[in-house]
Design a protein around this ligand. Structure first.
Ligand SMILES: [Zn+2]
Length: 451
């Protein structure tokens, strides 16, 4: 937990100790726990923003924002191209290249520029030979998106796994944004008055009445005084329900827009089905897709890569190439290879961490000492979390339904007495020490370390 901005230099300082410790650990071939030997393999999972910082890659708006490959963003829509996360001949990034490219100055060398300029005058054979020489390392100045040296040295790109929660949020976010624009075009109106916007109103009805979302919209006044309708942020489950159930029955629209809405419904619904197929790939022999005409079709799970690419192909029958985002590229091009490599990628899902983050934030905002300079709120928040974990580890799930921050020390004493531990003059600040002591008790020998 760090009170810093998500920027390379600051993350570098904040993570230095953790990364050094992990680096040491990564040099061990195996570790022994309770007499059993375990081989260690390291993986990294997070949202794209953090991964980009960790690996020193440019952000989402840059030319090559993909963490795994060198694909230029103008090629994201080329669903037929092969981009790999493991094979360098198919543009896979590697840590060794990342280190080399990040040290470059970012300017193309004179030779490369002149090769590029004279390329048109050459024969195909000459062009191919020049291309081979000039590509990647030989292309002396190009950084290929590697802005800084990677902060992490022991997990190469194939073991970096996309976070499915963020993928869901970002892809559905873009789908919604595009739909809202389509509805403005259909209604020929973007005012605050819903009565003048029947198509948009139908979408709000879908959220409110079909999906039973509470207050999906709110009004916002822009700087110039213009009032607009905005959507609140939706959580992962709400977004899943949205793409699963998406259906709009619009009256009085022309046949072109009617066809477009049908296609959009297919894009949304098939995204749901493919997302489920990806999430449960490791536990199912095949997956189901509903075809455009409504038939349920079953496919062996090995065909998921083709179906994911076809989803992007279909998306482009409605939307322009520039609408394809990095997360859509990853979903349709890289996820299948990740599944082949790791079988189960939903285990890397950051949903638990996000939920924890939400609770920590709530604890912070509820604390009365949050503006005190000595950061006592930080300790308080960690204490609160430890208390909650203590309850959980001892099987008192019922207690977790309540606000864990509100427990008094007396209530906690009861917990320790259950395990025949001595408690003398304990207060919140000593809680950690007590938990460590309990950890060594015979009946709790397997209890994981708190914090
Ligand atoms: Zn890529």
């Amino acid at each position: 937990m760090f009170a810093i901005a998500e920027k390379y230099e600051q993350i570098k300082i904040a993570l230095s100790e953790i990364l050094q410790a992990l680096d040491k650990l990564s040099k061990l071939s195996e570790i022994e726990v309770n007499g059993l030997k375990y081989r260690l393999e390291f993986f990294v999972g997070s949202d794209l923003k953090f991964l980009a910082i960790l690996y020193g890659i440019n952000g989402a708006n840059s030319h090559r924002p993909c963490i795994w490959c060198y694909c230029h963003k103008t090629k994201f829509a080329k669903y037929e191209l092969i981009w790999s996360i493991t094979k360098t001949k198919h543009g896979a990034r590697t840590l060794s290249k990342a280190r080399i490219f990040s040290k470059r100055n970012g300017k193309l060398s004179k030779t490369t520029t002149s090769i590029k300029k004279s390329r048109d005058k050459l024969s195909l054979r000459q062009k191919t030979s020049i291309k081979k020489k000039s590509e990647l390392e030989k292309n002396s100045g190009n950084k290929f998106g590697h802005k800084n040296e990677p902060l992490i040295d022991f997990v190469d790109f194939p073991n970096v796994v996309v976070d499915l929660l963020h993928l869901l949020i970002r892809v559905t976010g873009r789908l919604m944004e595009l739909l809202i624009n389509d509805l403005i075009v259909i209604d020929k109106n973007d005012s605050q008055d819903l009565e003048k916007r029947p198509a948009f109103k139908e979408f709000v009805n879908f959220l409110e009445n079909t999906l039973k979302f509470s207050n999906p919209t709110y009004n916002e006044t822009l700087k110039g005084g213009k009032k607009i309708i905005k959507f609140r942020s939706f959580n992962g489950n709400e977004r899943l329900a949205m793409v699963k159930e998406f259906n709009l029955n619009l009256n009085n629209i022309d046949s072109i827009n009617e066809e477009k809405i049908k296609k959009i419904k297919f894009i949304w619904n098939s995204f749901y089905e493919l997302f489920q197929a990806v999430s449960y790939y490791h536990i199912q022999p095949n997956f189901a897709l509903t075809s455009f005409d409504g038939n349920k079709l079953f496919f062996p799970k090995q065909q998921i890569g083709t179906k994911l690419r076809l989803w992007l192909k279909f998306f482009l029958t409605v939307y322009q190439s520039k609408s394809v985002t990095p997360y859509m590229h990853i979903f349709s091009i890289h996820v299948a290879e990740m599944l082949l490599l790791h079988n189960d990628i939903s285990s890397f899902n950051g949903q638990g961490i996000e939920a924890l983050n939400k609770k920590v934030l709530r604890s912070y905002h509820c604390s009365t000492n949050k503006h005190v300079k000595n950061k006592s709120w930080l300790k308080q928040t960690l204490d609160n979390r430890s208390r909650k974990e203590f309850f959980f580890l001892n099987g008192w799930e019922k207690e977790l339904d309540n606000n864990y921050a509100s427990y008094t020390i007396d209530e906690l004493d009861f917990g320790y007495q259950e395990f025949n531990c001595e408690l003398v003059d304990i207060d919140n600040n000593q809680l950690q020490e007590v938990i460590k002591r309990i950890d060594t008790e015979e009946n709790l020998i397997n209890m994981p370390t708190i914090i």
